[in-house]
Design a protein around this ligand. Structure first.
Ligand code: AMP
Ligand code: GLY
Length: 418
């Protein structure tokens, strides 16, 4: 099969790395890809959000299957457009990807189908939002409705901070149109766990549970990032909690989407908080998480192409999905200054040595004119190792990071430990 993966980060490298192991995949392409992905797939210079040209390229080059990984092309309807062109595509259609693209939508879906989540109200008028915050008091959480690169959420400790956040979203349009509607919700307390699940519209199969680390610095300090590391499975996600999540959250979500005429095919990302009242949904995403995918797919034994095809064909119940024993850990190596301001273009050394000990997934890399692999983004690499248990996986991943260096490289030293 000729397969195209859409995207160009660490998550897409992990997906390509796994698909390249499938005997079914004879030709693998990735658009736009990066310097690491180029080692396992042919990179195609089409932007991930360019729906029209992506479909055109896939058609002209006779792709048998397309996997759309990032949130924005899914929200823009890339899967719908590929299907209309007769190309099987993995990922939700736009009408199901809305569970991530609109928090107002996902909150109202959860309310309607009694799926546990934080209590909330939605606002389109500034005065009413400010008054509601005053009335509820702090701590309280303010969220921009639309996609905001993971930065549209403020967990406010005071009424003033929450009101300031609402003003920035609704009055100053800090997130553009994404912030003209805001969701204001109750602040939940408890450990956070992520569960990704494959879905074929009817059936759902959860993957291993995972945890990521969003803050930039050790001890969960500093600004929020796209993720500084992740590991799986999460020791906090016990079999009892898993059963409860399947019964109260996962299956009701798939049923709800089906009942609304928005059957979900692809990966649902359940961001969960394990509160005293039981597990609750913090957020849904309509795709694989980054960097959670890197350790999770490192643990997968089953052919990923078989799973993708079953999701598209509606036959997921017939696939036996197997995982390795033990655990996996991914350390993100980032550019100094990330997530605020950072330089690009620094040559990276030690990749070959690190690659002997672990899998080095590339997130933001490119080749310069001299043919060297250089930094090309905030998150640059995701060094991922599998171990007999979590401690072992963490130790192996950190050991593999040792040979890698470039100017101002930054990473957390406590992934998996806090
Ligand atoms: P989100 O983009 O919705 O995942 O939110 C980003 C982060 O904000 C989450 O990972 C949580 O740590 C935090 N958060 C979001 N909603 C809540 C909530 N209702 N209560 C407490 N923390 C929250
Ligand atoms: N790691 C968080 C996300 O992919 O949204």
């Amino acid at each position: 099969m000729k397969v195209l993966v859409v995207g160009g980060g660490g998550r897409e490298h992990a997906i390509c790395w796994k698909l390249a192991q499938s005997p079914k995949v004879t030709e693998l392409y990735c658009a736009p890809g990066n310097a690491g992905i180029a080692q396992v797939a042919t990179c195609v210079p089409v932007k991930a959000t360019d729906v029209e040209n992506m479909v055109k390229w896939a058609k002209e080059n006779a792709m048998d299957f397309v996997m759309v990984a990032p949130d924005d092309p899914l929200a823009l309807g890339m899967v719908d457009a590929l299907e209309a062109a007769g190309i099987p595509a993995f990922g939700p259609r736009a009408n199901a990807a809305i569970i991530e693209a609109s928090k107002a939508f996902s909150k109202s879906l959860m309310k309607k189908y009694h799926i546990p989540t934080a209590k909330y109200e939605t606002f389109t008028e500034l005065d009413k939002a400010l008054a509601y915050i005053q009335e509820q008091g702090a701590p309280i959480v303010v969220k921009a409705d639309g996609l905001a690169l993971g930065k549209g959420v403020v967990v406010a400790q005071t009424v003033e901070e929450a009101q300031q956040a609402v003003r920035e979203m609704m009055e100053d349009h800090k997130f553009g149109a994404s912030g003209s509607t805001v969701v204001i919700e109750e602040c939940m307390v408890g450990p956070e766990v992520t569960v990704l699940a494959f879905c074929d519209g009817e059936h759902l199969v959860p993957m291993l549970s995972s945890q990521d680390h969003k803050r930039a610095y050790d001890g969960n300090q500093g600004p929020n990032t796209g993720g500084m590391g992740a590991f799986c499975p999460s020791p906090k996600y016990t079999p009892e909690i898993a059963q409860r999540c399947t019964r109260e959250i996962f299956l009701p979500t798939v049923e709800a989407l089906k009942a609304e005429g928005r059957p979900f095919k692809g990966v649902i990302y359940f961001g969960l908080m394990l509160t005293q009242d039981g597990p609750k949904v913090v957020e849904y995403n309509a795709r694989f998480g980054d960097p959670e995918t890197q350790p999770i797919l490192s643990m997968l034994d089953t052919d990923l192409m078989d799973i993708f095809q079953a999701c598209v064909d509606g036959t997921l119940d017939q696939v036996d999905i197997k995982w390795k024993q033990g655990a996996a850990c991914c350390i993100v190596l980032a550019s100094g200054g990330y997530p605020v301001a950072y330089e690009k273009g620094y040559p990276i050394s030690g990749l070959e040595e690190a690659g002997k000990q672990a899998v080095v997934f590339h997130a933001g890399t490119a080749r310069n004119e001299a043919g060297e692999i250089v930094t090309a983004g905030g998150r640059v690499l995701g060094v991922t190792a599998v171990g007999s248990n979590l401690e072992d996986a963490i130790a192996k991943a950190y050991a593999a990071c040792k040979p890698i260096t470039w100017q101002d490289m930054h990473f957390r030293t406590d992934i998996g430990k806090v």
